[in-house]
Design a protein around this ligand. Structure first.
Ligand code: ZN
Length: 405
């Protein structure tokens, strides 16, 4: 691929350079070679081809660090069988790219219908123009009874006691790329729709079991994340020294302060995902004010929580990557009202989730040496625009992968 300069009305770098009006970026070998003022770049790189986007804004492309697009998504959305499972999976990854997302953090929990190993998933995405990190997870769901699966023993169900089996925990830690929802501290609601039920929210681990599991992950130099909601569960996760809380619905101010002190990161899922009401815009602002680097994720595909006022959806249709900007919008606007810088606000959809994936030196901001993963849009994603059609182009490693022009 040839080197080029791309110029824009503004570049929101989400780096130390902040926002650059009349900015330009030099891309070479799929990497950002330079970002700066057009006036400076045009002199320094006079021989390069120029792509003129001066009516648009350039930002890093989006990162969704908590998804179920490849494992649960296909059979949830389409009546596929094993032979067609990954055709549907690829279609959902295309949905992510169409929504401006070029990196996802995918949960692999040994879904009972599928017959795939985590290696199969790795293989499928290897040549695609999207970056996928995998979290190996144990998931506990209930219908009539609690069923537990995990990515190691798939596709057979395991007993509750197996969740703490040191050999299984060791393998889970070894296979996990990043701290996704490796464990479910509480049982999620059945089908993620029915909130009520005898088991939703029930604890799956004791504090000493959790501490042992965290220790195993840390001994292998792996970070660990958990699915958790409610004061008691969150307190337990913090006491066990978990690195990332996914959802953290119902977190109190006291626990926010504790998380901030411990350096625990939080992935907010305003669409739903647990037995409690999801993260409100005010909750996301409070986390940010306490200097917790919050990531906003879809947990897609999920039905919107019907009981909250900040979501614009009128029905229970399953939502995917196309709503990432929409579900982040109320919190991002509230941060703007509180005078947060637009770079810090956009970090909730870019640099912060890249950090959860452990890939913050690769993507999530636009600075020299980073992958040239960026969007050309009519406004700042999530803050000024929520409609994916306003993303005019998506670039992955310097190459245009979505073109709406
Ligand atoms: Zn999830």
């Amino acid at each position: 691929m040839k080197a080029y300069v791309i110029k824009a009305k503004k570049i929101v770098t989400v780096s130390k350079k902040g926002s650059i009006e009349n900015g330009a970026m030099v891309v070479r070998f799929g990497k950002v070679r330079e970002v700066g003022k057009w006036e400076m770049i045009k002199q320094q790189f006079a021989d390069l081809e120029v792509i003129d986007c001066s009516n648009h804004i350039i930002t890093p492309s989006l990162v969704d660090c908590h998804t179920h697009l490849l494992e649960y998504g296909p059979s949830t959305l389409y009546p596929v069988a094993n032979a067609t499972h990954f055709m549907a999976g690829n279609a959902l990854l295309l949905q992510a790219l169409l929504s401006g997302i070029t990196a996802i953090g995918e949960q692999i929990s040994g879904q009972p219908q599928g017959d795939f190993s985590i290696e199969d998933y790795r293989e499928v995405v290897r040549s695609l123009p999207i970056n996928v990190s995998f979290a190996a997870t144990s998931i506990s769901t209930y219908l009539k009874t609690i069923t537990t699966n995990n990515s190691i023993t798939k596709p057979k169900d395991i007993e509750k006691g197996d969740l703490t089996n040191p050999m299984l925990v060791f393998q889970l830690a070894r296979e996990s790329d990043y701290p996704g929802e490796n464990l479910f501290i509480n049982v999620p609601p059945a089908n993620f729709i029915m909130k009520q039920g005898p088991k939703a929210g029930e604890f799956m681990y004791t504090i000493s079991e959790l501490k042992d599991i965290v220790k195993t992950f840390h001994t292998l130099n792996k970070k660990i994340g958990v699915h958790v909601a409610g004061e008691e569960g969150i307190r337990m996760a913090l006491e066990a020294n978990v690195d990332v809380l996914h959802h953290a619905h119902g977190i109190t101010t006291e626990l926010i302060i504790l998380a901030a002190i411990q350096g625990t990161k939080i992935v907010a899922t305003p669409l739903g995902g647990t037995h409690l009401p999801p993260n409100s815009p005010e909750n996301i602002v409070e986390l940010t004010v306490h200097n917790i680097p919050v990531s906003i994720a879809t947990d897609a595909y999920l039905p919107p929580d019907p009981n909250v006022s900040w979501l614009p959806f009128q029905d229970q249709k399953l939502r995917g990557p196309e709503v990432l900007m929409e579900i982040a919008h109320p919190a991002m606007q509230l941060l703007k009202q509180q005078n947060f810088d637009e770079n810090k606000i956009l970090a909730l959809l870019t640099a912060n989730p890249a950090q959860i994936l452990g890939k913050e030196k690769l993507f999530g901001s636009l600075a020299k040496g980073m992958d040239a993963n960026f969007l050309v849009s009519e406004g700042i994603p999530g803050l000024e625009i929520t409609d994916v059609n306003k993303i005019k182009a998506v670039y992955y490693k310097g190459e245009k992968v979505i073109s709406r022009n």
